[in-house]
Ligand binder design. Structure first.
Ligand code: MEV
Length: 425
């Protein structure tokens, strides 16, 4: 390997091939490694190169399908892109338990996003507020001029709220420009609108505007979904009691609540990624929402119904779109949306909320009964067998033995392989 100089002038101007050559020289890439870089999957090289900067390849992940989902009386097969074993199976199982009781019920989800406009160095806060309110129509009109089509089809900017913030640099006014983004995720449109109205706003008040950017805490886009999970399918009263104890634990302890919510996000992010949506926005929004009370809390809640079944609910901000961004560019995202057969961003959010709830129940059920390692390890054992150099035709056999003996380790896989090879000789 050559000494690396990370300051590569004009790297961004090179073609993908040229960048690959640089990597190949630096790291002595083998033919197989070069082939990996050259495998663009479902993309054409020029598509990739126009998505991000300094592209050298394409990175693939498995896409699985979560089954058994009935949401608002409609059946869905849900594509999930995730690397973690057991997640798809757990969601499908929990959806089966809910299906027995009628499935998931997701409420309407508004498609309202907002950008924040930060007005600083204001001489007279009260008169600035009045000026802004007196010119609300003009501000909204300028915002809507940025996207006349959105406005024509029933969306667009429709209101704003003003918040006062006390900061170390003095009082600021933060204007939240509310926009109905319809079927888009909406960050682009609200950012464009916020930038467009800024100079007009600066002209109205004495202050200086710095930031003009979407808030990823999408509190105007909350998804709520409920379901009842059949007690017998879940494993009986003991398992349900365990789930309720797990829930109390999460309510009382942010350390546990974080992991509880991570389980929810296993499902929601897998769907977000599958549909080409912005996973970081969803993740950031979810965790901020979980902390809104001042303490980090679980995003779901649980109780039992009069027959002893488990009732679950989820409430989470979901800024998901079915147009814009990657949704119509990434061939697999397009395919995922086709499989989902959703007609609106709202419907996608309703599905995501149901999936998050199912994922949480699936994880809690495993934790409250056998633990999650068994399910996890069954799939993991195959990877361990591969890592140990087990040939394809022996992987199943070695993996099975690793799980049976509860020793899922590469060294043990090698030992099993050697024994098998001896027997075969
Ligand atoms: C693992 O990816 C997710 C869990 O840790 C979630 C949980 O603990 O609730 C199993």
């Amino acid at each position: 390997m050559r000494k690396i100089n990370s300051e590569i002038s004009g790297f961004y101007k090179l073609s993908i091939e040229e960048r690959q050559k640089i990597l190949s020289n630096y790291y002595d890439l083998s033919q197989d490694e070069i082939k990996l870089l050259q495998n663009f999957g479902c993309f054409k090289p020029n598509q990739l190169d126009s998505l991000i900067e300094n592209v050298v390849g394409s990175y693939h992940l498995p896409m699985g399908i979560a089954c058994n989902f009935k949401i608002n009386n409609k059946d869905y097969l849900i594509p999930m892109v995730i690397e973690e074993p057991s997640v798809v199976a757990a969601a499908s199982n929990a959806a089966r338990f809910a299906r027995r009781q009628g499935g998931f019920y997701s409420e309407k989800v508004k498609s309202v996003m907002f950008s924040q406009i930060q007005i600083t160095q204001i001489k007279d806060i009260e008169s600035t507020k009045n000026e802004l309110l007196n010119h609300k129509n003009e501000i909204i009109e300028i915002a809507n001029e940025q996207d006349p089509i959105l406005n024509e089809i029933g969306g667009g900017a429709f209101d704003f709220k003003i918040r006062e913030l006390e900061t170390r640099k003095g009082k600021m006014l933060i204007l939240h420009l509310l926009v109905d983004v319809l079927d888009a995720m909406g960050a682009n449109v609200v950012n464009t609108m916020a930038e467009a109205v800024s100079s007009y706003i600066e002209g109205l008040c004495s202050g200086k505007i710095y930031l003009r950017i979407v808030s990823n805490l999408a509190t105007q886009r909350i998804a709520r979904c409920k379901a009842t999970f059949n007690k017998d399918l879940l494993g009986g009263p003991d398992v349900i009691e365990g789930i309720l104890y797990a829930y109390e634990f999460a309510l009382a302890d942010p350390y546990r609540a974080t992991t509880h919510n991570k389980g929810i996000m296993n499902g929601i992010i897998a769907l977000t990624l599958a549909t080409g949506n912005d996973t970081r926005a969803i993740e950031a929004g979810a965790h901020a929402y979980a902390s809104l009370s001042g303490t980090y809390k679980p995003l779901t809640n649980f109780d039992i119904d009069k027959d002893g079944n488990l009732m679950g609910e989820i409430e989470i901000p979901l800024a998901l779109g079915i147009i814009g961004g990657m949704t119509k560019i990434h061939p697999m995202a397009k395919l995922a949306l086709k499989i989902l057969n959703v007609k609106s961003a709202e419907e996608l959010s309703q599905i995501a909320a149901a999936l998050g709830l199912a994922q949480n129940v699936g994880a809690l059920r495993a934790l409250a009964s056998e633990g999650i390692q068994r399910g996890h390890m069954a799939l993991h054992s195959r990877n361990v067998a591969k890592l140990a150099g087990v040939p394809d035709d022996l992987i199943e056999e070695v993996a099975k033995k690793l799980v049976e003996d509860n020793r899922i380790r590469v060294d043990y896989a090698k030992e099993i392989l050697n024994d098998l090879l001896k027997k075969l000789r």
